[in-house]
Structures are given as C-alpha cells and as structure tokens.
Design a protein around this ligand. Structure first.
Ligand SMILES: C[S@@+](CC[C@H](N)C(=O)[O-])C[C@H]1O[C@@H](n2cnc3c(N)ncnc32)[C@H](O)[C@@H]1O
Length: 253
C-alpha cells in the first residue's frame, strides 16, 4: 500500500487536469451537518487542492496538509489566499490549541496509517468538531462498457479499487471509515450518505483519469501503456461516468 499511497506526485499535473472537482452539494452536506459556524478546517492529503478550493470557497480558513511535495506544489499554483499549506503526512500532524472546527479527507484517508487513526483525528478537532471523509471512483456508468474495461485490463490490473481498510463487507450498511469511527468510541452521530456525481467525458479524458489512479501509476511503464491501449479500444468515444461520492460524517464525542 505504501507504494500506491506515494504514487500520486509523479502525475500531479495530470491529476489536476483529469480528476473532477467536488460539488457544492457535498460541501453543503458537511457544513449542514456541522450545525454551527465552521471557521477553520484541516485537510488531510489535500493533493492538488480540489477539495481545498471547495471548502476555502465558503470562506473557511483551510490548512491543506499533504505529504507529497509535487502534489503540494501543484496545489500552490491555484492557491486561494485564505489557504495555509503544510508538507506533512497525517501521522505527522500536530494538534493546535483549541483544535479545528472541521477536519476532512478527500479520497485520502485510506492511505493513512490505521494505528490510532480515530484518536489522532479527534485530537486535531475542537470539542464537538466535525470530521468528514469522502471519495468515490470514476466508473463507466454503462454496464457493458464497464465489463469491456474490466476484460481489457484483467491480464494486468485485476481490480483498480481499494479494498476496505478494515475488511467491512460491501453489503454492510455502514462502510469504512464510519465503521472504524464508531468502534473507536471517540465519535458520535456517525453518518454515511451518498452524493451523486454523473458526467460524460471523452474516452481520452477517461484514459487521462486512469493515468492518475494508483493501480495504474504503480505499473511499469510498458505494462501501463499496454493496458491503457487495450482499455482505449474497449471504449466508445464518449463515456458516461458514474462517480458517486460516499460521505462519512462524525462529531467528536
Ligand atoms: C487520491 S489522492 C487525493 C487528493 C485530493 N484530496 C483529492 O481529493 O483530489 C490521495 C492523496 O493522499 C496523499 N497521501 C498518501 N499518504 C498519505 C498520508 N499518510 N497522509 C496524508 N496524505 C497522504 C497522497 O499524496 C495524495 O495526494
């Protein structure tokens, strides 16, 4: 997992170009859940700043932390003035006096170390503060196209998904990290919801997106080129995409 977790910086510009941003509806859910003014936020694994901009755009003073210098460099090129940046992994973050109103992670929490994760998050939060974790992969919405892509990649990439970090079965109503937050006893009112994202993109943009996915980033160059060519041949010129976001929300106990 470590190799995958540190793979993104080599594709920082492509990441910024091909990954979609986060919708207003998601930010509305998080701020609505908080139920009180959110003035300060700490982002874990901010990457090139896609979620940073969504929250900073609401007037929140965001501290964007990210361990990969190339990702942080990309983030800094589109930096809203209210954002502070910190080159640090989650495990290195130091709690501040009074804590943050909000701590959040966008498509990043599964890359952090499991040991004492909920305790570390709780230590970063103000009393009663909100934690949010969200993410979702881009998948072809058409089942036939999805099956063709699976077949095209199968010899090289068995699955491009990330297994549940705590082994929660996919049919359980509360998925990770909600399951982990509940077990820890450090959070109350743990909720899980889905924010729908649908889009239509060109086949080339879908391939560009795949070049930013860790399962492909960690392949040897020749294997990556081969599998992406096979996938391209399986795609229509325009691809309908399902990219629903699974959102977990929790309040510090
Ligand atoms: C899939 S990217 C998500 C980036 C951004 N949050 C977004 O949604 O576009 C995952 C990010 O997690 C970062 N990451 C990996 N290990 C981490 C750790 N231990 N602590 C914090 N961030 C980590 C990676 O460097 C990468 O920028």
């Amino acid at each position: 997992m470590t190799e995958r977790s540190r793979s993104f910086g080599s594709a920082a510009a492509a990441y910024e170009r091909f990954r979609p941003g986060y919708p207003d509806e998601l930010v509305d859910h998080v701020l609505g859940y908080a139920g009180r003014p959110v003035r300060t936020a700490l982002e874990i694994g901010a990457g090139t700043g896609k979620a940073t901009r969504a929250f900073a755009g609401r007037g929140i003073a965001v501290t964007a932390s990210e361990p990969d210098p190339a990702m942080l460099e990309e983030l800094r090129t589109h930096l809203p003035a209210t954002v502070t940046t910190v080159l640090a992994a989650f495990e290195e973050l130091i709690p501040i006096d009074h804590g943050y109103d909000l701590v959040y992670a966008a498509a990043a929490l599964h890359w952090t170390a499991a040991r004492q994760r909920p305790a570390r998050i709780a230590a970063l939060l103000a009393p009663g503060g909100t934690f949010a974790s969200f993410g979702g992969q881009l998948q072809p919405a058409d089942p036939d196209v999805a099956a063709a892509v699976r077949a095209a990649r199968s010899a090289v990439v068995d699955s491009d998904e990330i297994p549940s970090p705590d082994g929660t079965p996919p049919e359980d109503p509360m998925q990770w990290p909600g399951s982990e937050l509940i077990r820890s006893g450090r959070f109350i009112d743990v909720q899980q919801l889905t924010v729908q994202r649908r889009m239509t993109i060109s086949a080339d943009d879908y391939l560009g997106h795949l070049t930013t996915v860790s399962a492909y980033l960690t392949l040897a160059e020749s294997a990556r080129v081969t599998v992406l060519q096979r996938i391209r041949r399986a795609l229509p010129d325009s691809v309908r995409i399902s990219a629903d976001l699974t959102v977990h929300l929790a309040r510090k106990a």
